[in-house]
Ligand binder design. Sequence first.
Ligand code: CUA
Length: 229
Amino acid sequence: MSTWANLGLQDSASPLMEQLIFFHDHALLILVMITVLVGYLMFMLFFNSYINRFLLHGQLIEMIWTILPAIILLFIALPSLRLLYLLDEINEPSVTLKSIGHQWYWSYEYSDFNNIEFDSYMIPTNELATDGFRLLDVDNRVVLPMNSQIRILVTAADVIHSWTIPALGVKVDGTPGRLNQTNFFINRPGLFYGQCSEICGANHSFMPIVIESVPVNYFIKWISNNMNS
Ligand code: CUA
């Protein structure tokens, strides 16, 4: 999760988020190179006399500064498309989770397992444990197995919400009357925090998401305990 003074991306907990970070760094590097070059040229303009006895045209330099930016854009566009299609791929998921946005909480359904369903509310500050995270912890966490392909179906009951987990590289809008799909693969155990990221009303800030990533046998235990009750 994000802690003090972390203004960058969170550490990834899934292969897709790792790829997103690589792409971000790649694009940023190109951006820095362009900014430095353009900055240098603009600075040197201060020392230009704007007078040249022989300069009438410059066909070569115009060819270069027309074609070069197009080639640079290709170096961003092709990896971007690769990522886009990679994010859209569904790889035979072993668990499907349905998350439904409400004003202002999330509810979840494990449709594969006797349709376990529960609501997940933020814990108010005055009820928070001393080791709790303010505006981020919930009463019922989403338990999911690590090292497994997981599919999530996102929708909403009232207005548009957005199911967003930065560490997993997931951000899907929950729209009333629609069922959106995405998938991810959690590659380590731990707690992964997220928040609704679609301005959805007065308590938009107070509908966080907590994913508890556990080994598969723990997940089976959890799911069978909940199926019996
Ligand atoms: Cu739900 Cu913002």
